[in-house]
Structures are given as C-alpha cells and as structure tokens.
Design a binder for this molecule. Structure first.
Ligand SMILES: CC(C)(COP(=O)(O)OP(=O)(O)OC[C@H]1O[C@@H](n2cnc3c(N)ncnc32)[C@H](O)[C@@H]1OP(=O)(O)O)[C@@H](O)C(=O)NCCC(=O)NCCSC(=O)C[C@H](O)C(=O)O
Ligand SMILES: [Mg+2]
Length: 294
C-alpha cells in the first residue's frame, strides 16, 4: 500500500470477493482507481476466515501500486465483525469499508475499535449508507468523525429496504442518493455511487455512470472488470472540459481583477474559476495515477 496524494481519484472502485484468489490476482493488472476486498456479501460464511487472511495480506502488500486499497468488513453485530475489524486495522489499508452504518454513534464506536486494534492514521473509515435510517441521519453520520473519508452507496440494500425496484434512471432512490450526496458534500468527504448489477448490460451501466457524474458522485463502485473502462471515462473530466477549464482560468487572469468576465460567451465569476481549478486538479491526479499504471 502506498500513500495517497492530496486528491485521490475514485472513479472506479472494484469489489472483489476476498475468497476468490483469481480475482485478487487479476485486480493487480486492472486500471482501477480503487479496490474493495470484500468480506461481506460476496463471501460465503465458511470461506470468511480464509478470505479475511487473504484480504489483509493483499491490502498490506505493495502489489497494487497506487490504487486505493480498502477492506469491506462484515457489519456491526455479525459474528465476524470484531475479528474483521482487528485484521483490517492491522493490515492498514487506505480505508475500512463498513456496511450498514446507521448512526453517528456507530461511526464513533467503529473509529474507537479501529484505534484500539492499532489502525494506522492513514486508514480511514468508509461508511456504507444503504438503509432508510442511514439516509435520514446522513448528515450526522457524515460529520461524526474526522476519520470518516467517504460514503459508499449500497443501492441493492437500499432498494430492498425501501421495497422499491431497480429501474433505468433510478427514480425510486433518487431522493436517497441526493440526500447522501448533500450530507457528504456538507462534510467534505468523498461520495461513491452504488453498483450496477447487470454485468452484460454495458449501455445501461454507462447511462448510470453518466447520471452519477452529473449528480456529483466522485465515482462508482463496480463488480466486474468489464465495467472499469466505462467508469474511468465517465468520471474523468473530458478533454473538452479540461480545455474549457484552462481557457476559463486564462480569461479570468486576463481580466486582471475584474469581478466578472466572459469565456465563450458565458459569465465567469470567482466560483467558476474554483470549479475549473477543481477540474484541473482531478485531471492531474488521474494523469499521475494512469502514468504509474501504464
Ligand atoms: C458477477 C460475477 C460473479 C461474475 O463472475 P464471472 O462469471 O466469473 O465473470 P467473468 O467470467 O466474466 O469474469 C471474467 C474475468 O474477470 C475476473 N473477475 C470477475 N469479476 C471480478 C472482480 N469483481 N474482480 C476481479 N476480477 C474479476 C474473472 O475471474 C475472470 O478472470 P479471467 O478468467 O482471468 O479472465 C463476478 O464478477 C463477481 O464475483 N463480482 C463481484 C461480486 C461482489 O463482490 N459482490 C459484492 C459487492 S456488491 C454489494 O454488495 C453492493 C452493496 O452492498 C449493495 O447493497 O448494493
Ligand atoms: Mg449492501
């Protein structure tokens, strides 16, 4: 595991069952921004102890370059949770992902457990928001600890808990997605969209990536290597967006202190310059990560 730069790309964050040695190996070669070594849903009960060991070994190794490495533990109250937290904390990944985090108190308990188990300072907590109670308390969860680095949407659990349906456009869960985004942005943490279940439906997947980017998500959690390229492209600023950001900043500088200028006919104020600078920062961070993976 290597240290994170100031801005960390999280366009493509791939789940893989930690019980699947082939998948763990394959991830070393995929152009993903991040990995979630899963111990929860994708791992059968009998396989959990071995999976825990494999996840800890993978997350503690240097085999995954500059990718963000995380371990998803089993949830609070399950028979595996405590041992998972201890093993994950000692492995020291970039983050420990905890499913079904439902309150600020749970965040504080988790942080205390990570610290007791010796988690290094760089190991953040990523909370999965995937229940109605988590959505309704999203702001207090997001603000509960400086150690919280991200919200990860669990859209399968959310759809299940709402008695809703998976439909194109995700209308039934849009209020929940927006609420999680609002809370995450208010707290200054990353917010990563949920998975797209049909690994054969690339058009549907790309439409959902596009929607997620427009809404403001940092990236998407993925379940299959075939989804990586689409997510990387959807959540990266396009060449046109980078060119426009540079042009807009230049127009602002040419204005020499005017409070408002125009670029390509559009009004530019300081807030647009800040957005353009953010676009360039993201572009630079992605370029640096991709050159390391090439
Ligand atoms: C969905 C899958 C079960 C499909 O598996 P499979 O049929 O084996 O796919 P392919 O034959 O097309 O695989 C091609 C190659 O790619 C490797 N592979 C497949 N998936 C992954 C992966 N996730 N990471 C790394 N590598 C992967 C295969 O080994 C093949 O390799 P090779 O033979 O060398 O070419 C499978 O994709 C899968 O298990 N995906 C992950 C499922 C998972 O992790 N689920 C839990 C997380 S989602 C969740 O819980 C969401 C949340 O909580 C919520 O509520 O929404
Ligand atoms: Mg879930």
């Amino acid at each position: 595991m290597t240290d994170s730069p100031a801005f960390t790309p999280l366009r493509s964050v791939l789940y893989m069952p930690s019980s699947n040695a082939k998948a763990l190996e394959k991830a070393k070669t995929l152009p993903i921004d991040g990995v979630i070594f899963d111990l929860e849903d994708a791992v059968a009960p009998d396989a959990k102890p071995d999976a825990r060991e494999a996840a800890a070994a993978a997350a503690g190794s240097d085999d995954y370059g500059k990718r963000t490495l995380t371990i998803r533990v089993n949830g609070i109250g399950t028979e595996w949770h405590e041992a998972d937290i201890i093993a994950a904390s000692q492995a020291g990944p970039h983050a420990i992902v905890v499913p079904k985090v439902n309150s600020a108190d749970e965040v504080k308990q988790l942080v205390a457990a990570m610290e007791k188990a010796g988690a290094p300072e760089h190991t953040k907590l990523w909370a999965m928001v995937e229940t109605p109670v988590a959505i309704l308390g999203a702001l207090s969860i997001a603000q509960a600890s400086d150690r919280l680095g991200a919200f990860v949407l669990g859209t399968n659990d959310l759809v299940k808990e709402l008695y809703a349906e998976h439909v194109p456009g995700r209308a039934p869960i849009l209020p929940s997605l927006h609420t999680a985004l609002l809370a995450g942005r208010a707290a200054g943490i990353a917010v990563i969209d949920g998975v797209y279940n049909n690994v054969k439906d690339i058009d549907g997947f790309l439409a959902e990536c596009e929607q997620g980017r427009q809404m403001g998500f940092d990236g998407k959690t993925l379940i299959h290597p075939g989804q990586v390229e689409g997510a990387n492209s959807a959540f990266a600023p396009s060449a046109q967006a980078v060119e426009d950001a540079r042009g807009l900043i230049q127009a602002w500088e040419d204005g020499k202190g005017a409070g408002v200028v125009t670029y390509n006919g559009k009004m530019v104020e300081n807030l647009h310059v800040e957005s353009a600078q953010r676009t360039l920062d993201i572009h630079e961070a992605i370029t640096a990560l991709e050159s390391e993976q090439a």
